[in-house]
Design a protein around this ligand. Sequence first.
Ligand SMILES: *Cc1c(COP(=O)(O)O)cnc(C)c1O
Length: 458
Amino acid sequence: MELPFAESWKIKMVEPIRKSTREEREKWIKDANYNVFQLPADQVYIDCLTDSGTGAMSDRQWAALMMGDESYAGSRSFFELRDVVRRLTGFEYVIPTHQGRAAENVLFSHLVKAGDIVPGNSHFDTTKGHIESRKAVAYDCTVDEAKDTQLELPFKGNVDIAKLEKVLAENTDKISFIIVTITNNTAGGQPVSMANLKDIRKVADRYGKRVIFDSARFAENAYFIKTREEGYADKTIKEISREMFSYADGMTMSAKKDGLVNMGGFIATRHEDWYEGAKNYCIPFEGYLTYGGMNGRDMAALAIGLEENTEFDNLDTRIRQVQYLAARLDEYGIPYQRPAGGHAIFVDARLVLPNVPKEEFPAQTLTVELYKEGGVRGCEIGYILADRDPVTRENRFNGLDLLRICIPRRVYTNNHMDVIAAALKNVYDRRMSITRGYKIEWEAELMRHFTVKLSPLA
Ligand SMILES: *Cc1c(COP(=O)(O)O)cnc(C)c1O
């Protein structure tokens, strides 16, 4: 008999979590104005809000914390981090920052000017924010297939090369770089193929442009290249990472994802001019160049996290857990963005709750139902998150309306996945009787999903 698959780690420390009753949860979610961001975490049983900074560090990472060098300048921990990043990416220059959006802020302060266009594949919301707040345009060139959640394709995060060529040809003067998000978070944690990264490089070279990778989940992207793309099965994750980055000029990184730490980020590049430009913004915004907003001990833990998470077994354990949850949903016939992404399952709320009108926010309705059913906290990635059109102030209903169930790294077991799937199935079984959603009582002008106050319409 073939031995079954099991995790590539064992557990050394546990953190108790508390179940609750449906009655308690109904009161709590009402007190939170039906917004899961407003729930105290103690009121959540299984927390799948995000995989950002919510992972478990290894014994080696905890040991590294004790060895961190807290020197203001020239910290040994910085050099450890720099050397790992150099080895994994080939980028010479490394600037730490306190998280991913800070890396964007520092680098884009140097690179983005009013009137610029920055093409990419479904820019992450903070990336878009840092582009738009500088009065530039984030131009989406994601392949159209990403919009059809039921289409099963291996690299749904890809850039559409024809769209990219067109925007480059028509706006050559307004574009200084292209940003490629690996994996494509917004499209459902979908990977970008090596072939696509090569093609992007070729097009960029033809127009004399540079390429940045928004690399929060680069290791998961490398895993998908290894397991799905012809010619990579025998390469290591580290070799694949190095090849991916060979097609880029620089990167921004949220280390809270594939860095396996709770807080941190960095910029890395092969170009001295970018490094010199970014330095001028790192020092006033983040801190001196050998810490950039991070503790020495956190840089030490990150150096080890990057090493560990570019080992196949660690990624295999993680991504198979996401796929395990997907297989449970398949059993129950629950529709999600196919195939399962690297870090999360994105349930297609329009297909699950066809009787809830879009004006009443189906994905938000499903998010609340899942919490009430099982104490599971997911997150709406849909019409509320999309905010209003800046000009017309109308709600934007043109994108997908999804419930994201995001899996923290090395935190939950497959038994927890079974609970999530069963809770979702119970909601799914009574989907036809769910006919009303929510009305907005109060909202902020931008990024309203964090603080929005809702009231039920039924
Ligand atoms: C999380 C994330 C960011 C922003 O990073 P923070 O560490 O949350 O500031 C940027 N891009 C992508 C793709 C991300 O997933």
